[in-house]
Write a protein that binds this ligand. Structure first.
Ligand SMILES: Nc1ncnc2c1ncn2[C@@H]1O[C@H](COP(=O)(O)OP(=O)(O)OP(=O)(O)O)[C@@H](O)[C@H]1O
Ligand SMILES: [Mg+2]
Length: 364
C-alpha cells in the first residue's frame, strides 16, 4: 500500500527545560509508492526515528496527516496499522525456538496450526533459514538472528515495513551481505518500506529513493543517482560522499539553458544546475573527486587548475589525493587502477581537469 505524509511536524517538550521545545520533524511531505523502498538518511538527531515512530503509531504528529492507501491513520492505534518495525536489536524471544518466534504473530491472530506451519516453512526457505526451526536464538549467528527477526515481521504480510538501522549491530562483512538480502526479500514481497540509516552506502544499496534529512527537514528526495550526481544543496552534496565545491562565476547563459562558468583560469559549459542563475552570479561547481582527471606536468592552458600534490593515500583499487591549488584551495581527487595507471607522489606538480558532464552547479 502507498504511504503519504502530509505536512508532518513533531514538536517535543524539552525534558530539561520546561518551557522549551524540541522541533524533531518539521513540515515533512512525502509519498512512498506501493512496493517502494525509501530510505531516510541523515545525521544523528535529524528526525529519522521520530518519523518512523509516527508512521507506526508510537508517536503522534503535532501537525499533519498520515495516509495509508486511502485511509487517514492519525488516530489508528499501532496494532491496527498493519505496519511492522525491524530494529537494530533484533527483539526475538530468547525462550522460543526459531520456528516458534516466526510463528508467533500468526498464532496470535488465531490462524490454524497447519496454515501457520506452511507459511512459516515457506518464509524460512526464502530467508535461507531452513533446518533451523528448532534452534534457540542463542545458537544462531548475528546474521541468522537478523533474518529471524525479519522473517517474523514479514510472515504477517504487513502493508508497510519499517527498518530502524537494522544492521548496525552486525560486523562489516555481514552487514554488506544482509543489505542485499533485505533488498531481495523486500522486492520479492513488494512490501512498501522505509529504511532508516546514517550510512550512505547502505542507503544507496537498498533504496529506490533516498530522503536526505537534516534538523527535522527534508533536504532532498531522489534516486541514489540523482542524490549523488545532482545534489539539491550544499548539505546533500557534502553528506553523500566526498565532494569539491569550486568557486565559479556565471559568464554566459547558452541557448539551451546551460551555463558557461569561469572556474580558475578556464571556462566550462555546464548543463546541470539547481536554480536559475544570471550572468555575474557567484556559484559553486560541484565535482566529485573521482570525476577529476589528474596528470603530472607543467601548467597546461587547457586544464582548470595546476597544483601540488600534498597527500597521497594508496587504497589498492583507488588512490586519494589532496592537491593544493594556487597555494590556497584544497582539491580532493581520486584515481583508479593504480597498478596500471600509476600514481603521483607528494610534491608532484599536476594539472587538474574534468568533463563538464560530471559537474553540477549550486547557488552560493
Ligand atoms: N521523547 C522525546 N522528547 C524530547 N525530545 C526528543 C524525544 N525523542 C526524540 N527527541 C529529539 O528529537 C530529535 C530527533 O530525534 P530522532 O530520534 O528522531 O533522531 P534520529 O534521526 O533517529 O537520530 P539517530 O541517528 O541518532 O538515531 C533529537 O533532537 C532528539 O533529541
Ligand atoms: Mg534514530
Amino acid at each position: 500500500m502507498s504511504l503519504k505524509l502530509v505536512n508532518i511536524s513533531k514538536i517535543f517538550k524539552d525534558p530539561d527545560h520546561a518551557n522549551k521545545e524540541v522541533v524533531a520533524v518539521k513540515d515533512v511531505n512525502l509519498e512512498i509508492f506501493e512496493g517502494e523502498m525509501v530510505s531516510f538518511l541523515g545525521p544523528s538527531g535529524c528526525g529519522k526515528t521520530t518519523t518512523l515512530r509516527m508512521v507506526s503509531g508510537f508517536e503522534n504528529p503535532t501537525t499533519g496527516e498520515i495516509w495509508l492507501g486511502n485511509t487517514m491513520i492519525n488516530d489508528m492505534p499501532p496494532n491496527k496499522r498493519d505496519t511492522a518495525m525491524v530494529f537494530q536489536s533484533y527483539a526475538i524471544f530468547p525462550h522460543l525456538s526459531v520456528g516458534q518466534n516466526i510463528a508467533f504473530g500468526l498464532e496470535l491472530k488465531g490462524i490454524k496450526a497447519d496454515v501457520v506451519k506452511k507459511e512459516v516453512e515457506e518464509i524460512m526457505s526464502i530467508m535461507n533459514l531452513t533446518n533451523l526451526y528448532n534452534r534457540s536464538p542463542d545458537q544462531l549467528s548475528g546474521g541468522q538472528q537478523q533474518r529471524v527477526a525479519l522473517a517474523r515481521s514479514i510472515v504477517n504480510k504487513p502493508s508497510v515495513l519499517l527498518f530502524d538501522e537494522p544492521l548496525s549491530n552486525l560486523d562489516a562483512k555481514l552487514r554488506d551481505l544482509m543489505r542485499f538480502e533485505i533488498r531481495r526479500i523486500q522486492q520479492s514481497f513488494g512490501i512498501t518500506s522505509i529504511y532508516v540509516t546514517h550510512d550512505q552506502a547502505e542507503a544507496m544499496i537498498v533504496s529506490d529513493r533516498i530522503v536526505v534529512m537534516n534538523e527535522g527537514h527534508i533536504m532532498q528526495v531522489g534516486t541514489p543517482f540523482e542524490i549523488y550526481s545532482h545534489p539539491a544543496n550544499r548539505f546533500v552534496a557534502d553528506f553523500i560522499g566526498r565532494v569539491n565545491f569550486l568557486e565559479s562565476i556565471v559568464e554566459e547563459i547558452a541557448e539551451d539553458g546551460s551555463y558557461k562558468v569561469r572556474i580558475g583560469e578556464n571556462i566550462k559549459l555546464i548543463n546541470s544546475s539547481t536554480g536559475d542563475f544570471s550572468v555575474g552570479d557567484k556559484v559553486l561547481t560541484v565535482i566529485r573527486p573521482e570525476s577529476l582527471t589528474v596528470s603530472v606536468g607543467e601548467r597546461s592552458k587547457a586544464a582548470i587548475f595546476h597544483g601540488k600534490v600534498e597527500k597521497t593515500v594508496y587504497l589498492g583499487p583507488t588512490v586519494e589525493y589532496d592537491i593544493m591549488v594556487d597555494g590556497r584551495e584544497n582539491i580532493s581527487a581520486v584515481t583508479h587502477n593504480p597498478v596500471v595507471a600509476g600514481f603521483f607522489n607528494p610534491g608532484d606538480m599536476v594539472n587538474i581537469d574534468f568533463n563538464p558532464a560530471a559537474a553540477h552547479l549550486l547557488g552560493k
